[in-house]
Design a protein around this ligand. Structure first.
Ligand code: GDP
Length: 324
């Protein structure tokens, strides 16, 4: 199939930009079992939104591979409330990291997109070819437009200079290292935290945003990190590539699964005054499957790991910042 390409990571210097975020930290964990040298930069040491210091850092550290997992991320409310941060911070990160990677001659770069780059009413399951075929979901268009620009940058550098830069589109992710901010998190972290607090408070009921009817696909972040490493080693194309689990469920069913793992036995109340977002978001991941990659973690197992991680952190991870 198109895009098959073998790249050997052995002995390579791999820079993971955004190594403290949920995806970046999972990629670092996964790379530990590859025979490569993992490079990271602390936020206090390097502001990745600024191109000049980023270029200097890359010149000094000479990575052959870059995983661009640094992004300003957040759930439906954060996207709505912080449009400048979501648009401008992400554009700044992309310009800086992608252009500087080109300038230092990085051999392979993996850019992390998002399933929200696809149109609100894209044909389901969503194939990569749906990109730019219709209007975006308004609650996350700031982020989506920045991510579309990032993938276009990768295509542009490939077309103009032959750079081997690829873009990977994950479905909704959950797992270790998530952000538990009460308003700005994604649904898995939001519900883990809220249900946990409701359990401790012995609350008879707890709110779930929206109608409960939207359909979402969830992928464990360890599986996604595995897919990133797989694609670094096996994929090269200007076409973005989707990575999903194929496991689709309604928000109501997902909330029930979270309540089960957390051990919350009260009632779930759906708050329809909160936005539902896009009605359905299931990726067509047949291309990555054809290349030979498949996810391994059942939702209940992954959610149990995520809950254990939340308990271990004592609910401290509540940032709204850039994952760098
Ligand atoms: P999305 O997939 O980009 O819409 O991202 P989210 O993870 O923020 O939301 C997914 C779905 O979960 C939406 O339909 C939300 O309305 C719903 N949802 C239910 N409860 C919550 C919550 O407490 N926080 C968030 N972020 N979403 C929630």
């Amino acid at each position: 199939m198109a895009g098959v390409s073998t790249y050997d990571l052995t002995g390579k210097r791999v820079f993971v930009a955004g190594h403290r975020g949920m995806v970046g930290s999972a990629v670092v964990r996964r790379l530990a079992s590859e025979n490569c040298i993992v490079l990271t930069a602390d936020r206090r040491e390097l502001d990745l939104t600024r191109e000049e210091p980023t270029l200097k850092w890359l010149e000094a550290n000479r990575p052959e591979v870059v995983v661009h997992a640094a992004a300003k991320v957040g759930g439906i409310a954060a996207n709505n409330n912080l449009p400048v941060d979501f648009l401008c911070d992400n554009l700044a990160l992309e310009l800086s990291v992608i252009r500087a990677s080109h300038m230092v001659g990085v051999q392979r770069l993996l850019f992390l997109g998002s399933s929200c780059i696809y149109p609100k009413h894209a044909k389901q399951p969503i194939a990569e070819s749906e990109l730019l075929t219709g209007p975006l979901e308004p609650t996350n268009e700031w982020y989506a437009i920045a991510k579309i620009a990032g993938l276009k940058m990768c295509q542009a550098f490939r077309r103009q200079y032959g750079d081997d830069f690829i873009s990977v589109m994950p479905t909704n992710l959950y797992g270790r290292g998530d952000n538990y901010h009460p308003d700005h998190s994604h649904v898995p972290a939001a519900l883990i935290r809220r249900f946990h607090e409701a359990k401790l408070a012995k609350a008879p009921s707890v709110a779930v945003w929206g109608t409960g009817t939207p359909l979402r696909e969830f992928l464990n972040v360890e599986d996604f990190a595995d897919a990133c490493v797989f694609l670094l080693k096996n994929y090269s194309s200007d076409l973005p590539i989707n990575v999903g689990s194929g496991d689709e469920l309604s928000i109501a069913d997902f909330a029930a699964a979270v309540a089960d793992v957390v051990g919350y036995e009260g009632k779930l109340i759906f708050d329809a005054s909160k936005p539902d977002g896009t009605p359905r978001k299931l990726l067509d991941s047949s291309r990555v499957r054809e290349l030979g990659w498949a996810p391994k973690t059942p939702l209940s197992v992954g959610l149990a790991v995520a809950y254990a991680d939340f308990l271990e952190m004592g609910g401290r991870n509540m940032r709204v910042g850039v994952q760098a």
